[in-house]
Design a protein around this ligand. Structure first.
Ligand code: ADP
Ligand code: MG
Length: 687
């Protein structure tokens, strides 16, 4: 669902809290930055919608809950001038009596009251009614309340011009703020513009334009050049190349031909492709990415949580401070009550924490958006923040630092390769994929059952009633099979049938060029450490470790040994990032402070277990992610420091009687605007 007209970050968190108490909702995720509300419930969507709208109204009027499906077209509409005018009609109408009063400057009090009062009513009427409504609901301290007391107080003091002007500035500022927030939301969302609006479906021999969400598995669609692929599928006709950069951040085109898997979000470049649908829209890559990014913004960074809590205590404290300022000095005989009252009112105007509550969530959301633009999915602002503190980079070898696509150098024994391929069909391990691809999956036949994958060792299965084993020396030793001990500078995949050694497939992997850049960059940082963990044999591991100059290398590990290493590092107080290909490594990915799944385009298990997913197979993306994390943090801290400094300065000068109400309102609105604009700098290309 989407919350339309959600302009106040504080309301978002109050709505979230209220909804969380409802027992008809199993889970609630709300994000101010995207205006998204996600709930899980057993209720029918209509009934659910009505109840949620009711709760939202209790908190703040004017926010409408819209089911996302109905929204589709509305969200894409452009901002039109006429809409802006319509929205602010009362404001514009209110300016007229205000200007008239300024020009005429009538001496009669009744006329002044009429003109300024009229202007005030037109401009700020909604602020006052909202304040009254909120007071009746028991939410005392919001910005409507602050503005209402401050301006009504000014009226009381006879400062008619000031009262109306402050309300006018406040509203104009608010309109600008809404505009800026909306615009930033749009630019963040446009980064994630990877969804196709329509699909060309072949139906009864005709081509029809349909909604991608209506496609069924097995149907055939046409993807024309320039179009986005709407759902995941398999190419059945046509040869073309596709641009996958929206998903992977990699600009190299991929070539497509019949039989090849094609993912939603790719853009077809050259010529039309006929594609058979293999996944419904909701299970397709694009939906999964969008879901992830959207739910990511509800996992808040600590700074973000802090600001929400801060805003909650800050406003009441300022209000109490203002009351004290109005009452105590006059009692001590330090001047007239009216003088101090007007200072207190200025104090109130300045107190709105808008700049912080608006810009901090937008900053984090922008950071997540910028990362996904680079082919890096980060599952929450908390991880984006944690990236700044990582000092130990732990890598899996196969498929992470090395290419994981093995070349078969030689084979010993007559049936070895066929038997290996037969069993390896059942595995997704990079070794398995390479052997099967080399042998050709179409040549495979044979009776095989009770197949079992033994992580870190290999596979076993029943082949025509005999036990078939494929894997490393360990699995052979477990089953007491003697193996040949020929020296080989690569990986040997041994094969045994019915306890008899058949021979080995000799395979070789290559180091990714990208890994060299990554490791040397990390090594050049004094405080960072690199570690490689692998299940592969010692000789190869040490060779790769030396080539790359990895700090520490541990080999011949079972998955639980990798876990133990990561735990040991974490216990010594290090902040550990673990990058693996996600096969066999799920527990380690989950245990590390940040688990990174590599090359995960299309692999579900990895996407599940990891905190961060790199869609391409470039491990150096870890550094790009860290740059984005650093930039996000810098922007957020700048905003916090800047907003607080300005606030403190104006609060102090307000209290000392040095700031006018005009300066106060400019300080408040101006800081909020600047902070929102500053947050948007995260969207600029990283380098
Ligand atoms: P890595 O840590 O390098 O990713 P794994 O833990 O996935 O390695 O596997 C360790 C070793 O176990 C591999 O180097 C290989 O010798 C053996 N092995 C694991 N799975 C298989 C498989 N499906 N086929 C053959 N050998 C395997
Ligand atoms: Mg592995």
């Amino acid at each position: 669902m989407e919350l339309e007209n959600l302009q106040c970050a504080h309301c978002a968190s109050v709505i979230g809290e209220k909804l969380e108490q409802k027992d008809y909702l199993r889970s609630v995720h709300i994000s101010f930055a995207t205006k998204q509300l996600k709930v899980e419930s057993d209720l029918e969507s209509e009934a659910l919608w009505a109840r949620i709208q009711e709760t939202v109204d209790e908190v703040e009027s004017g926010i409408s809950v819209v089911l996302t499906e109905q929204k589709k077209t509305a969200s894409e509409k452009q901002i039109k001038i006429s809409d802006i005018v319509k929205k602010h009609l009362l404001l514009i109408a209110g300016v007229i009596p205000f200007v008239v009063a300024l020009i005429l400057n009538p001496p009669q009090l009744w006329l002044r009251i009429l003109l300024y009062g009229g202007a005030y009513g037109l401009i700020g009427g909604d602020v006052v009614t909202r304040a009254v409504k909120n007071i009746m609901k028991g939410n005392l301290f919001d910005e409507n309340f602050l503005m209402t007391i401050a301006t009504i107080g000014a009226f009381g003091l006879g400062e008619l011009t000031e009262a109306a002007a402050v309300m006018l500035f406040y509203k104009v500022g608010e309109a600008f703020q809404d505009f800026a927030v909306d615009k930033s939301r749009r630019s963040i969302k446009s980064l994630l513009d990877i969804k196709a609006d329509t699909a060309n479906l072949y139906l009864d021999g005709q081509l029809r334009s349909v909604d991608p969400a209506d496609l069924e598995i097995g149907q055939v669609i046409l993807v024309k050049p320039g179009e986005k692929v709407p759902v995941d599928g398999q190419v059945i006709e046509g040869i073309s190349s596709v641009d996958s950069s929206a998903l992977t951040g990699e600009s190299m085109p991929r070539s497509m031909e019949p039989g090849v898997e094609i993912l939603s979000g790719f853009i077809n470049i050259n010529s039309p492709l006929k594609v058979q649908v293999t996944a419904r829209f909701s299970d397709s890559t694009v939906s999964r990415i969008l879901d992830m990014v959207e739910s990511a913004s509800s996992k808040k960074a600590k700074t973000e949580q802090f600001i929400t809590r801060f805003a909650k205590v800050y406003t009441p404290v300022v209000v109490i401070g203002a009351a004290a300022l109005a009452v105590i000095p006059p009692l001590l005989g330090l001047g007239a009550f009216t003088e101090w009252l007007s200072r207190a009112l200025i104090f109130l105007v300045i107190s709105c924490p808008c700049a912080l509550v608006l810009s901090v969530p937008l900053g984090y959301f922008g950071g997540l958006g910028a990362a996904s633009r680079n082919g890096i999915l980060i599952k929450g602002g908390n991880y984006l923040e944690a990236l700044n503190h990582i000092d130990t980079f732990v890598f899996d070898k196969t498929g992470t630092l090395t290419k994981g696509s093995f070349t078969i150098e030689k084979v010993s024994g007559n049936n070895t390769l066929e038997l290996a391929a037969l069993l390896e069909q059942h595995s997704n391990h990079p070794i398995a994929l390479s052997i099967v691809a080399h042998y050709g999956s179409e040549n495979l036949s044979g009776e095989l059952d009770q197949v079992e994958e033994i992580p870190g060792k290999g596979l076993r299965g029943n082949y025509s009633g005999k036990e078939l084993l494929v894997g490393n020396a360990r699995i052979m030793a477990d089953h007491k099979v003697d193996i040949d001990s020929e020296d080989y500078p690569g990986t040997k995949v041994h094969v045994a049938l019915d306890g008899q050694y058949e021979g080995a497939v000799f395979i070789k992997d290559e180091i990714k060029d990208d890994s060299r850049d990554l490791i040397s960059a990390i090594n050049s940082e004094a405080s960072s450490q690199t570690v490689m963990l692998t299940g592969d044999q010692r000789s190869i591991a040490d060779h790769v470790g030396n080539e790359l100059a990895v700090g520490e290398t541990y080999s011949e590990l079972l998955p639980q040994d990798k876990l133990a290493h990561v735990e040991r590092l974490a216990e010594t107080g290090r902040k550990v990032l673990f990058a693996g290909d996600g096969i066999n490594d799920a527990p380690v990915l989950a245990r590390a402070d940040i688990g990174v799944a590599m090359g995960a385009l299309g692999s579900d298990a990895a996407i599940e277990a990891a905190d961060m997913v790199i869609m391409s197979d470039q491990p150096s993306k870890i550094l790009v992610a860290r740059k984005i994390a650093r930039k996000t943090r810098a922007l957020v801290l700048q905003n916090i420091a800047f907003a607080l400094a300005i606030k403190v300065f104006f609060l102090a000068s307000g209290a000392l009687g040095e700031a006018s109400m005009y300066e106060a309102i400019f300080a408040d609105v101006g800081v909020a605007l600047l902070a929102v604009l500053n947050s948007m700098r995260i969207l600029r290309p990283i380098k």
